[in-house]
Ligand binder design. Structure first.
Ligand SMILES: NC(=O)C1=CN([C@@H]2O[C@H](COP(=O)(O)OP(=O)(O)OC[C@H]3O[C@@H](n4cnc5c(N)ncnc54)[C@H](O)[C@@H]3O)[C@@H](O)[C@H]2O)C=CC1
Ligand SMILES: O=C([O-])CC(=O)C(=O)O
Length: 346
């Protein structure tokens, strides 16, 4: 059972590699890569730690949280895959967790309860993200940072300001993880269009909250004529409300953790492949951008040896998508400005 699971995750990653450029490295010849997960004992952190332990591109896995990581690390470390695992608990161990990291994934912070927006998490999570990014600037300023903590539309700008203040900001290395929006769009589209889900691709642009999430179903592949305008509207709304759907179903016990861990593992794998020189690795992510007039925006990004190699444009949009783009801009702008203001004043 266990070896089946390892094999099937690995072959899923392999298939993905095959669709966007072949894998250059087997686990034996892949370069040493250290990944740190901050918030590793949490609802996302634990399954994400498991999935990163299964990734043959990872040679060292550092699991950091304010508490609970020795147990998670001991557990995950018994899995017979390449990565050496170490747990770090408490602020005094954060430096050691970060040192030498190539990729830092941040799922630290509080999740939503029913009735809350992602922005309602700002007051707590902004401070957590700020202090973690201050440590990243000190201990691993060259690492790629994958920001999962919400509200992503504000936490990414906060991170950028912290890095600017520290003199370490490189816009090519900071990513808001929006992969779960893509994962959801693919699943919902495949179900409605009745196409094999493994073959589906859907770009999702904008940001990561409510109407700022804009799936571009007109660019979905495989293309289909089977969907009406009403179907597209419903798919768009379901993708935008995907996080809330899970928050409500969990009824006070948090938000998406398992699907987010999967999405986080897919995005980190893409970052590692890019670092390792695998060509044509493209994923959507919320990055510094000139695709629109907003300073940060999610769109397709080509990943390379230094992080972002190219931020790709939006392609042609339908009138419905154009209207969605215009209506998301004020909210996304306000969230970005809120993050920047917080980081400047604190
Ligand atoms: N980007 C996305 O698509 C998604 C983002 N999220 C966000 O991810 C975050 C985490 O969600 P869950 O794992 O469900 O929450 P959780 O509460 O289960 O886990 C969070 C973990 O962060 C840790 N933590 C808190 N302060 C910390 C600090 N200063 N340093 C290190 N660790 C710290 C906690 O001890 C806890 O273990 C939330 O903000 C949530 O909204 C959740 C789903 C999707
Ligand atoms: O909805 C939430 O609070 C968590 C999240 O970002 C998501 O599931 O997309």
């Amino acid at each position: 059972m266990r070896s089946f699971m390892v094999r099937s995750v690995d072959s899923a990653l392999r298939r993905r590699g095959a669709s966007s450029g072949s894998r250059l490295f087997s686990s034996e010849s892949a370069p040493e890569r250290k990944v740190a997960i901050l918030g590793a004992a949490g609802g996302i952190g634990q399954p994400l730690s498991l999935l990163m332990k299964l990734n043959p591109l990872v040679s060292n896995l550092a699991l950091y949280d304010i508490a609970g990581t020795p147990g998670v690390a001991a557990d995950v470390s018994h899995i017979n895959t390449r990565a050496l695992v170490a747990g770090f608990a408490g602020e005094e161990e954060l430096g050691k967790a970060l040192e030498g990291s190539d990729v830092v994934i941040i799922p630290a912070g509080v999740p939503r309860k029913p009735g809350m927006t992602r922005d309602d998490l700002f007051n707590i999570n902004a401070g957590i993200v700020k202090s973690l990014c201050t440590a990243i600037a000190k201990y691993c300023p060259n690492a790629l940072v994958n920001m999962i903590s919400n509200p992503v539309n504000s936490t990414v700008p906060i991170a950028s300001e912290v890095f600017k203040k520290a003199g370490t900001y490189d816009e090519k290395k900071l990513f808001g993880v929006t992969t779960l929006d893509v994962v959801r769009a693919k699943t919902f589209y495949a179900g409605k269009a009745k196409v094999p889900v493994a073959e589906v691709n859907v770009p999702v642009v904008g940001g990561h909250a409510g109407i700022t999430i804009l799936p571009l179903f007109s660019q979905a592949t495989p293309a289909t004529n089977a969907l009406s305008e009403e179907d597209i509207k419903a798919l768009t709304k379901r993708t935008q409300d995907g996080g809330t759907e899970v928050v409500e179903a969990k009824a006070g016990k948090g938000s998406a953790t398992l699907s987010m861990a999967y999405a986080g593992a897919i995005f980190a794998d893409a970052c590692l492949k890019g670092l390792n020189g695998v060509p044509d690795i493209v994923e959507c992510s919320f990055v510094q951008s000139s695709v629109t007039e907003l300073p940060f925006f999610a769109s397709k990004v080509r990943l390379g040896k230094n992080g972002v190699e190219e931020v790709l444009g939006l392609g042609s949009l339908t009138d419905f998508e154009k209207a969605g783009l215009e209506s998301l801009k004020p909210e996304l702008k306000a969230s970005i400005e809120k993050g920047i203001k917080f980081a400047k004043e604190n």
